[in-house]
Design a protein around this ligand. Structure first.
Ligand code: DGL
Length: 186
């Protein structure tokens, strides 16, 4: 808690992506105090191994622990899918992850899932995909996170056709918090 008795929550992402979640958290829980860590210096996370992601996450969660944070939100699908279980065992405060948005898309026949390569490798995504009745294409736009970081806040400058496959799905899962900024362009 801070000096005024407010519960403190650390919010963490590789860069600006998690700020989309931060904004929603602040709207819904205005009495909490939020600290945000965007690890821009090491972004993007999407091509990193589990060992690298764990090491980067420990550095940030250690920082949150040192300032007395009461809980941490991993506002990053990549870190959640690779590391949430390990991090929950290591820290005394609750560690909340970002759930894959695949469940919400259950009704779509042809679905495009956009996420980072590291996220798509996870067992959770593979399982959810197997359980789906319709057709699913999973795609990791390799350079899109870097383009979002570079162009923010002028997202209209990013040419979607350079990054996305030429498909006409019934629905798209934004499995990376960065991609939420591009919702209307996608
Ligand atoms: N925003 C992150 C996610 O939700 C990570 C993007 C990246 O750094 O590659 O997966």
């Amino acid at each position: 808690m801070d000096r005024e008795g407010r519960v403190c929550v650390g919010v963490f992402d590789s860069g600006i992506g998690g700020m989309t979640l931060l904004a929603e958290c602040r709207r819904r829980m205005p009495s909490l105090r939020f600290y945000y860590y965007g690890d821009n210096g090491n972004a993007p996370y999407g091509g990193k191994s589990k060992a690298e992601l764990l090491s980067l996450s420990r550095r940030v969660l250690g920082l949150f622990a040192s300032i007395g944070t009461d809980a941490v939100l991993l506002a990053c699908n990549t870190v959640t899918t690779a590391c949430v279980e390990d991090l929950r065992k290591e820290y005394a405060f609750p560690v909340v992850g970002t759930e894959p948005a695949l469940r919400a898309a259950a009704g779509c026949e042809n679905l495009l899932v956009l996420a980072t390569a590291a996220t798509l490798k996870s067992g959770e995504y593979a399982r959810l995909q197997r359980e789906r009745a319709g057709h699913t294409v999973c795609f990791a736009p390799e350079k899109l996170v870097a383009a979002i970081e570079r162009n923010a806040p002028f997202f209209e400058k990013i040419g979607m056709a350079d990054h996305l496959p030429a498909l006409h799905p019934d629905g798209v899962v934004l499995g990376c918090t960065h991609f939420v900024y591009l919702k209307k362009y996608i």
